[in-house]
Design a protein around this ligand. Structure first.
Ligand code: TYD
Length: 217
């Protein structure tokens, strides 16, 4: 068993960016290298957090406002970190997570009603020093993302966040790009308008350069 801490990789981006497909591909590529890799997602990833996910995505917390939503996403995150992410990293596994704390900053922050200091404080309490080693931000124009998300949904109902208006989604995109600019040491922006395999190759390049060469050199 490895005694070094594993690596923590998160995927971020707006609606319809293709994150779940890319998470699956990256997990398969890491496992093919013989690296123990745990795939997970937020909100959710542990039984308690999955229960909170249902309430959040059903819009049960939305009437309480963005501060309350940020608190409930963070409550789910605390459990996810304690039960799944930290134990996996401690035994040397890689963890690949579909959304993490940057989504709280971008989505709940996109309302424009939360002070940066509120989100900073919440993140410090929730995440502490379990910051991602690498964050892959899948970026694409809002209209294209929403069209993809609607196609994927077929005739199904829009969820709590897809239902927000275009200006919300524009603010969201800008917020993810601002996070990437503020944290170049851990963030890589990937053009998600490219074909799926090209996106996957860009992701693999980032993982190799930033994590594997450093870890296994
Ligand atoms: P999900 O169906 O997993 O969407 P996606 O495929 O876009 O990841 O639903 C998660 C939704 O929750 C998504 O719209 C983003 C939102 N979200 C927040 O608003 N804040 C958060 O902290 C997280 C983790 C997700």
């Amino acid at each position: 068993m490895s005694t070094t801490r594993g690596r923590f990789i998160t995927f971020e981006g707006g609606e319809g960016a293709g994150k779940s497909t890319q998470v699956r591909k990256l997990v398969a590529a890491l496992q093919a290298r013989g690296i123990e890799t745990v795939a997970t997602r937020e909100p959710g990833g542990s039984p308690n957090a999955e229960a909170l996910r249902e309430a959040l995505l059903a819009g049960l917390v939305a009437p309480l406002g963005p501060a309350a939503e940020a608190l409930v996403f963070s409550a789910a995150r605390i459990d996810h970190l304690d039960k799944l992410i930290r134990p996996a990293l401690a035994r040397g596994a890689f963890v690949v997570c579909d959304r993490f704390a940057d989504s709280t900053r971008a989505y709940q922050g996109a309302s424009g009603k939360l002070a940066d200091s509120f989100i900073d404080g919440l993140e410090a309490i929730t995440v502490g020093d379990t910051q991602p080693d690498l964050t892959l931000i899948l970026d694409l124009p809002v209209e294209e993302g929403l069209a993809r998300a609607s196609k994927r949904r077929g005739g199904g109902e829009v969820d709590r966040f897809e239902a927000e208006d275009v200006s919300f989604h524009r603010a969201l995109r800008q917020s993810f790009l601002a996070i990437a600019a503020a944290h170049p040491e851990r963030c890589v922006v990937i053009d998600a308008t490219q074909p799926m395999d090209i996106v996957a190759a860009g992701i693999w390049r980032a993982v190799e350069q930033r994590l594997l060469e450093r870890t296994q050199a």
